[in-house]
Design a protein around this ligand. Structure first.
Ligand code: DX5
Ligand code: ZN
Length: 239
């Protein structure tokens, strides 16, 4: 598998999306942090944390619906880091909110097939996420249901952590699995992505790069995103 993945990674160029994570935006001025950036990124990543699945709390569903109202055309990439899916999921599945809803392979894993199908049936794109210790093999039986696989490249819960290198091995495996099974899911990576490592990560076959602190901690996020886009165009994408 590893050998085959290497060939694919070296030969297949792909379009790479940038997805700033509002976890690192100014909590008192989220839309102010986004305004003026819209033309420089592809997706907006919204981290939902419940204080159980991860050791932190973040936003409620109201933030997703408010973002949709203010930015009707934005692709809202909602990452649910929560337990109690059966209670919380319906709150996020109302119309005029998320574009894509990602749940974790580690949450109620015996209900994974049902939960993914439910999200899809409600008309959303659906993603599945893997925490750093969870292998790709954990989702092989449901991977044909998803539009996206999200590799957590830090322990979920907080922005500003160091990228876990082993995550690239998962990206290689997912590229290979997608090719072998003729599937179409996007591969997204989340945690520790910055201006120093994003090209290397994109070259491993990743389609969507989530970035929190690197974007919102920068004094000129628009300029940074613009620069990253043109570097991706030159070094990774064919179009
Ligand atoms: C972490 C979140 C990430 C976070 C990434 O649990 O899922 O989306 O915002 O932040 P950085 O890019 O700072 O690692
Ligand atoms: Zn996230």
């Amino acid at each position: 598998m590893a050998g085959k993945a290497e060939v694919i990674i070296l030969t297949k160029m792909h379009k790479v999306f940038l997805a700033p994570s509002i976890l690192s935006a100014d909590p008192l001025n989220i839309s102010g942090s986004i305004d003026g950036l819209e033309n420089n990124f592809d997706w907006l990543h919204v981290d939902i944390m419940d204080g159980h699945f991860v050791k932190n709390l973040s936003f409620g569903a109201e933030v997703v619906y408010a973002l949709r109202k203010k930015y009707p055309d934005l692709f809202l990439d909602v990452h649910l880091m929560i337990d109690k899916l059966e209670t919380i999921l319906p709150i996020f599945m109302k119309p005029n909110g998320a574009s894509l809803i990602t749940i974790h392979a580690e949450t109620d894993s015996h209900f994974l097939h049902a939960s993914l199908s439910e999200i899809k049936k409600a008309g959303f794109q659906v993603g599945i996420s893997l925490c750093p210790p969870t292998p790709v093999s954990a989702i092989e039986n449901v991977i044909d249901l998803v539009d996206l696989v999200l590799i957590m490249s830090v322990t979920p819960g907080f922005g500003g952590q160091k990228f876990i290198e082993n995550s690239l091995k998962k990206a290689h495996e997912l590229v290979s699995l997608r090719e072998v099974n003729k599937l179409n899911y996007k591969i997204e990576i989340d945690g520790g992505i910055n201006a120093d490592n994003f090209i290397r990560v994109a070259k491993a076959g990743v389609d969507v790069l989530v970035m929190g602190s690197a974007v919102f901690g920068n004094e000129n996020p628009a300029m940074l995103l613009k620069k990253m886009k043109s570097q991706l165009k030159e070094e990774v994408e064919t179009f």
